[in-house]
Design a protein. Structure first.
Length: 402
């Protein structure tokens, strides 16, 4: 038993490190935006497009990388993708114009996507249900630390080596990822691989026609949406509504992230006790009641920052509880290849998160109402989708709880 737990921990940490390279490539260089604008003689919008291009590549690459892995095994796409990431990171370090950097960041994002897409497929190769949730929770622990530590680390490194040096650091992370990939076993033996000549489209049409997969994938996206939409709105809410400095509200965001990370570690045990569907229904139901209670008070100015921060921390707990069972349920529902399921899950998750974050950005920032409205919508839709999926496939949902 101890050896098994140690093996799960090591594998989870390794997969988490591979998955975390992508978020680090986002968060590490955010503090460098003003310096990049000046050095490249670019507009803020041009520099921001380097981030948009990276996100677009992450979404676009999930499906082809997943299908590639179903045909050629899991380690080959890791080697190719991370090698491409290293080369593009080095190229970004010597870029001389914003348009060139945008193009390089797109290819860089396409390469690093292998870490996320392949890691999820490897989890599905190895385990299902509760065991898969344990692995995924450990990987989420590593991924969740990134947005807490990376901006501060980026600021520290920026003063020592400039923005170009940050891309050299990312190249080093890519080399480290290759070393981790080399230590991992191949989880998809040749006899379980999909023949190269078999068409790709049927696997995705099968997933798209599977209500249990779609519901779980969308719920995973909405669970990710809650913290991302919150973080998108936070600078405006904390400064415009509560008058806080960036340093102060960064500490509050860190407290929220710790809540989310902590509850992802609790989630597998609750999933084993209640089953994934019941856990999601109970977590999102609690979130709905919490929002219904906190929103009227906050909008009326009652409780101030203390109430809003307490609500925020509990909300991140809800997101942490719902994310793992939703992602595991989506992977378990895919019967036509773990890579295809992981790829489509990642694309849907990113698409939902990006749309919600864009909606928050477009709404007025001088009030808490838009943020409460979007969070309430995400919670209600998550609850309804999970309940409906359970009603459509009760036998499958019951089988997952064993």
């Amino acid at each position: 038993m101890v050896a098994e737990k140690s093996s799960v921990l090591k594998t989870g940490l390794a997969l988490g490190l591979l998955s975390a390279i992508g978020p680090l490539a986002i968060d590490l260089y955010l503090p460098a935006f003003p310096a990049m604008v000046k050095d490249l003689n670019a507009s803020p919008g041009e520099v921001q497009r380097t981030l948009s291009a990276f996100f677009l590549a992450l979404a676009a690459a999930q499906i082809p990388i997943g299908s590639f892995g179903d045909r050629f095994g899991r380690k080959l796409p890791l080697y190719i993708g991370l090698s491409l990431f290293v080369l593009m990171s080095l190229a970004c370090a010597v870029a001389t114009s914003a348009p060139a950097l945008v193009a390089l960041r797109f290819v860089q994002g396409f390469g690093v996507c292998a870490g996320t897409a392949v890691s999820r497929a490897m989890i599905r190769d190895l385990h299902q249900g509760h065991q898969a949730a344990r692995l995924m929770a450990i990987s989420f622990l590593i991924i969740g630390v990134s947005p807490v530590l990376a901006p501060a680390l980026g600021s520290l490194l920026l003063s020592a080596m400039g923005w170009r040096g940050l891309f050299l650091v990312l190249a080093g992370l890519g080399v480290g990822g290759l070393a981790v990939a080399a230590l991992l076993p191949e989880t998809l033996p040749r006899e379980r691989r999909i023949p190269v000549r078999q068409p790709v489209l049927p696997a995705y049409t099968s997933l798209a026609a599977n209500p249990r997969f779609l519901a779980a994938a969308l719920v995973a996206g909405l669970a990710t949406t809650i913290p991302y939409a919150y973080v998108t709105a936070a600078p405006f809410v904390f400064t415009g509504v509560f008058g806080l400095t960036p340093r102060t509200y960064s500490l509050l965001l860190g407290a929220n992230a710790i809540c989310s990370i902590g509850l992802t570690q609790v989630s597998p045990n609750l999933m084993r006790r209640w089953g994934p569907r019941r856990l999601i229904v109970r977590a999102t139901g609690a979130g709905i009641l919490l929002t219904a209670a906190a929103a009227p008070l906050a909008l009326a100015g009652i409780g101030g920052l203390v109430l809003f921060q307490a609500y925020s921390m509990l909300l991140f707990c809800v997101a942490g509880l719902a994310l793992t069972p939703a992602a595991v349920s989506a992977l378990d529902a895919g019967s036509s290849g773990a890579g295809a399921a992981a790829g489509l899950l990642g694309t849907l998750q990113l698409a939902v998160t990006a749309a919600a974050s864009a909606a928050v950005s477009a709404l007025p920032s001088f009030s808490l109402a838009p943020l409460f409205g979007l969070i309430a919508t995400a919670l209600v839709v998550s609850w309804a989708l999970t309940w409906a999926a359970g009603r459509l496939a009760p036998a499958e949902a019951a089988a997952q709880r064993t």
